[in-house]
Design a protein around this ligand. Structure first.
Ligand code: PEP
Length: 231
């Protein structure tokens, strides 16, 4: 199982170090991913099942892209796991599928693990599963789904940061349809909590979760990993 925490725009350098050190000291078995803000990336003392990754990057090694970070900056800290296609970058920061596929290809050329996020907005969910899947498949345009370091996170936009998780049946249906074409591990994300993680991890084809809000408290995140370890 992969249990991932997306800090988004939360935590600073000091609290990220406390968080990462606390999680590392627990000696969990599950695969753990932690995505802090880029200013908090550092050389952490990690056990092999824990990786700290980047929430975002500009698809260059280095150059003149004011305000962006490239791979020179990530490689300084040995970062080899990245998030690509998160709904907040698609819908709030305006990343197009073309921007996203460029980032994907760059990270792939760097042989990074890519946690690639897809998911439909509320109005599409209301049209039913066919509309949902056709929306999601378009988010795979120009994406190599056979890449060996790919992890896919199904994150319905309406469930992210809202406290409203998708139903177990809806998650099962989408993951089952994704599994017909994608061999990579499949995660669910969208308001996962300590109280709901066990049932979500029990869904067929679910290989883990990507958690935002409920993971920002290190004790909560540790509880979630502990539940995963017990399955
Ligand atoms: C996310 O940011 O990927 C996410 C799933 O957030 P939340 O858990 O807050 O819905």
């Amino acid at each position: 199982m992969i249990i991932a925490s997306n800090f988004k725009t939360n935590h600073n350098r000091k609290s990220t170090k406390e968080f990462v050190d606390f999680i590392s000291l627990q000696h969990f078995f599950s695969e753990v991913r932690i995505f802090p803000p880029s200013t908090a990336l550092d050389d952490f003392d990690l056990t092999p099942n824990i990786r700290v990754g980047a929430q975002n990057f500009y698809p260059v090694q280095n150059g003149s892209f004011t305000g962006e970070i490239g791979f020179d900056q990530l490689e300084e800290f040995g970062i080899d796991t990245v998030l690509v296609g998160h709904s907040e970058r698609r819908h709030i920061l305006g990343e197009t599928q073309k921007d996203i596929s460029k980032k994907y290809d760059f990270a792939k050329a760097k042989e990074c693990e890519i946690v690639y996020c897809v998911g439909e907005p509320k109005e599409v969910r209301e049209e039913g599963i066919e509309a949902v899947m056709s929306y999601i498949w378009r988010q795979f345009d120009d994406i190599d789904v056979d890449y060996s370091e790919l992890v896919v996170a199904y994150e319905p936009v309406w469930a992210i940061g809202t406290g409203l998780s998708a139903s177990l049946e809806d998650i099962k249906e989408v993951l089952g349809l994704l599994r017909q074409k994608i061999k990579a591990p499949l995660l669910y994300g969208g308001s996962v909590k300590v109280e709901t993680i066990k049932d979500i991890l029990g869904i067929e084809n679910c290989d883990g979760v990507l958690v935002g809000t409920a993971s920002w408290d290190m004790k909560n995140f540790a509880k979630m990993i502990e539940i995963s370890d017990q399955l």
